[in-house]
Design a protein around this ligand. Sequence first.
Ligand code: B1M
Length: 212
Amino acid sequence: MDILKQIADSLQKGDDPRVGALAAEALEKGIPAGDVLQDGLIAGMNVVGEQFRLREIFLPDVLLAARAMYAGLEILRPHLAKEGVPLRGKVVLGTIKGDLHDIGKNLVGIMLKGAGFEVIDLGHDVAPEAFVDAAVREEASLIGMSALLTTTMTRMREVVDLVESRGLSGQIKTIVGGAPLSPDFAREIGADDYASDGATAVERVKALLGVT
Ligand code: B1M
């Protein structure tokens, strides 16, 4: 079986040691880290998400899959984030209040770091005020927010409103992302931009901060 398919299958089984070992083997074979991520780890996680939605599997299975995803990401991390790139700006990143999903947010963080941005990762379940307080304290020029739940994505508007009410619009830009979001939603809440994945997030953040 194709090694990327084996990674996807092992992730679905929650076999974290095997996912880590296979990810390392794939890199040794010269498969680009981006392909291992997209066609191995994310492909496997997409199946897990669909099975969870159809109630074919349950929360503990998803947790095991998430652990396996992290085992793979740990191997890919140094390859995704190219070292030695000069810093291009400071970004505050987090998953919005009420939301514990952090795999996608972490991936976006890895990609941004790899592109030379300094990332202040606030983790998950981050209160709107905490995003803005951190951006001011750290003198960051951008706040990146992630949400995976339709029930939590609405709270992103509070961050955008806080940036505006504190007179920080223009000085601190906002970008949002996460599976249930869309460019229309980003516009609706007044965010400066939206990105569908880590690579696009890098492109959009560069454009927002005016760096090449
Ligand atoms: Co949850 N979960 N989950 N879950 N979970 C979803 C999101 C769900 C769609 C599953 C389903 O029903 N099919 C569903 C949400 C439904 C909805 O809102 N309409 C769901 C649910 C319901 C829940 C619970 C409520 C379940 C329960 O308790 N009954 C619960 C909520 C807990 C909470 O947050 N308060 C819950 C819990 C969990 C786990 C803890 C078990 C685990 C998370 C572990 C972790 O993150 N540490 C989990 C997982 C793993 C998932 C699925 C299966 C996978 C998410 C993931 O990591 N994908 C997910 C189904 C799915 O999405 N297929 C699901 C891989 C990741 C690389 O992709 O996160 O989309 P993603 O990130 C992408 C892009 O979205 C984008 O770039 C990333 C890289 O390409 N992106 C950004 C993300 N953030 C960005 C920010 C940006 C730019 C781009 O700019 C700043």
